[in-house]
Design a protein around this ligand. Structure first.
Ligand SMILES: Nc1ncnc2c1ncn2[C@@H]1O[C@H](COP(=O)(O)OP(=O)(O)OP(=O)(O)O)[C@@H](O)[C@H]1O
Ligand SMILES: [Mg+2]
Length: 579
């Protein structure tokens, strides 16, 4: 419980630093013993009036040497702590990072991003203290009392035994405090996160609270919560202070017991004055390392908790290395008997048979929640594992290497991410080699060029998530970036939802144009947009319910027909109402 073997094996490079650190601390202790021995003998000489010039010089030389050794050892030990901390941080962060790379784009289905960030920043920092301070201290606090005991046995074994016997009382008292502290700490964290949660929620919903004039009541609730939190914080602080006091009482009590023993041995004439002085001066050193360990203990506990999380991440199963490549000039997509589920309870896709021949324009329509985006996600290699077969140009999708897949298919949804920076930087993501002329060409196509010229052209700055652009402009920019990517297949997943009619028409025009040369898969709620498609799949509850061209589907008078008619009517009403 006090030492985590796996953790040490994970950072084998730290072993030698820890060993050197302990050795240096031990040497420093030895120097201290020598110095105190010299002082003892000198005082003895003074007392018996046998001191002379030679003995003073020898003593001074010994003391100076011992002080120098201690000085060098302290610096050395600090250096070792630093080196081990460096190797720990580097090794662990490297391990986490390369693990994430191996997990690939789907990592966040297994660990949330905030968790990973917390792990690799705070978690690693806490482990750093574990390796740089706690572990060396752990070994040193075992060796130090034994060394002192071995030396003091020659002076007076009774006193040495008492001192050694009192040392384990410190870890015992820590363990006792710990059982009580655990309950208190978990309560503390509970209140802390609860307060944080309600604070964030109330802050985010402040406008709503104002509208319904519920802010005063929430304010009161938060005050009560904050007061609870203050009280428990005070309790935790009291507990920590008390635990330090307990350790101090044990440490000083133990030293006092040893000193009393030494003095009574002196009185009984079993030891000389020098021996008594040496025991008195060294008694505290029995306890100081263990007490120091106690103060590192709670940080080490946090570090252990963090390491559990880190190991959970490092132990996640990895997808196999894929080597397949889809032929870029012949990439018919064929799905046969594809089934998929996110969790065991519910099948989302059921025996889907669809084809997207090279260069064709295919639409997928269907009610919200029927599984359209899920199918798109599978084609992008995001939703794994799927059952059945999906081939791109004859190569099984699950075999295709990620970068090759990304080069083959471009996915555009209504929330494509735009990054803080400039328009140019965002466009270059689509094609790092694009020249300015090419960029203006696509911006011209998406009708964004005019607006950008009135701003700062390609250097127009974008805020986070492009919040300084309108929804329609964002979508046009995302489309421009996708066009620059120039892949043989494009999937548009509701790429025109939430934007104005004019932007929608502009974007649809580009999609139709693109469909003349590329494979286009268009997922859309609005059936008016899919009328021109070569083939339309109508999905219902995870199955393909109907398929065909617009004319064929209308003739069938099935679900598509009903949906198309009702949408048409709605739009008609809308137009009439507008007039
Ligand atoms: N990450 C996920 N984890 C679990 N279930 C999910 C997840 N994503 C989607 N689902 C479920 O899968 C079903 C299909 O979702 P999907 O997003 O594919 O629907 P959709 O057809 O794209 O709908 P919409 O037209 O509203 O975009 C839904 O019932 C949804 O609850
Ligand atoms: Mg969807």
């Amino acid at each position: 419980m006090m030492i985590n073997k796996r953790l040490i094996q994970t950072v084998p490079g730290s072993k030698k630093y820890i060993a050197l650190n302990v050795t240096l601390q031990w040497l420093s202790l030895a120097a201290n013993i020598v110095m105190i021995g010299a002082i003892g003998f000198f005082l003895q000489a003074l007392l018996t009036r046998t001191e002379n010039a030679a003995s003073v010089i020898v003593l001074a030389a010994v003391a100076a040497g011992a002080i120098l050794v201690r000085f060098l050892c302290t610096i050395g030990a600090a250096r070792m702590s630093h080196l081990s901390s460096k190797s720990v941080k580097k090794t662990l962060r490297h391990k986490i990072y390369s693990k994430l790379l191996r997990l690939g784009g789907a990592y966040n289905s297994k660990a949330t991003t905030s968790e990973v960030v917390q792990m690799s920043v705070e978690g690693v920092d806490q482990l750093d203290i574990y390796f740089a301070s706690y572990l060396p201290q752990f070994f040193y606090s075992m060796i130090a009392p034994i060394t002192l005991f071995a030396v003091l046995c020659f002076v007076n074994w009774q006193s040495a035994l008492i001192l050694l016997g009192c040392v384990p009382l410190i870890p015992i008292s820590i363990a006792l405090v710990q059982t009580f502290a655990k309950k208190l700490l978990s309560k503390y964290w509970g209140q802390y996160t609860a307060l944080g949660d309600s604070f964030l929620e109330n802050l985010q919903g402040l406008t709503t609270l104002k509208i319904y004039q519920a802010d005063a009541k929430k304010n009161q609730e938060m005050n009560t919560e904050a007061e609870h939190f203050r009280k428990i914080t005070m309790k935790v602080l009291t507990m920590q202070l008390n635990s330090i006091s307990v350790m101090d009482i044990v440490a000083f009590g133990g030293a006092a017991a040893g000193i009393i023993m030494a003095v009574s041995q002196l009185a009984a004439g079993h030891i000389d004055f020098a021996g008594c002085v040496i025991i008195i001066l060294l008694s505290a050193d029995f306890f100081i390392p263990m007490r120091q360990l106690g103060s590192f203990f709670h940080i080490a506990m946090n570090g252990m908790a963090a390491s559990d999380k880190i190991f959970r991440l490092l132990d996640l199963p990895e997808p196999q290395e894929k080597t397949g490549t889809a032929p870029q000039n012949q990439c018919d997509i064929v799905c046969s008997q594809v089934c998929f589920r996110y969790d065991a309870e519910r099948d989302i896709l059921k025996n889907i048979d669809v084809r997207f021949p090279q260069g064709s324009f295919t639409a997928i329509v269907g009610e919200s929640g029927c599984g359209k985006s899920t199918l798109g996600g599978i084609l992008m290699g995001r939703n794994t594992p799927y059952q059945g077969h999906i081939t791109i140009g004859g190569v099984e999708l699950s075999e295709i290497e990620e970068s090759n897949l990304m080069q083959t298919i471009t996915y555009i949804s209504h929330h494509s991410y735009l990054f803080r920076g400039t328009v140019r930087e965002n466009l270059l993501m689509g094609n790092p080699n694009a020249a300015d002329g090419q960029m203006w060409e696509v911006l011209e196509q998406t009708k964004l060029a005019g607006f950008l010229r009135s701003e700062q052209g390609l250097d127009t700055p974008l805020l986070e998530k492009a919040s300084n652009l309108s929804g329609g402009q964002c979508q046009r920019l995302a489309l421009s970036r996708a066009l620059l990517h120039n892949s043989p297949v494009y999937i548009f997943d509701e790429a025109t939802s939430n934007i104005d009619v004019e932007s929608e028409d502009d974007i649809m025009e580009q999609i139709y144009r693109l469909a003349k040369t590329k494979t286009v898969i268009l997922i859309s709620h609005r059936l008016a947009n899919v009328v021109h498609a070569d083939n339309i799949y109508v999905m219902k509850d995870g199955c393909i319910a109907e398929q065909g061209t617009h004319a064929q589907l209308m003739a069938q008078k099935g679900d598509y027909y009903t949906l198309y008619r009702s949408q048409k009517q709605l739009e008609q009403y809308g137009k009439e109402a507008a007039v």
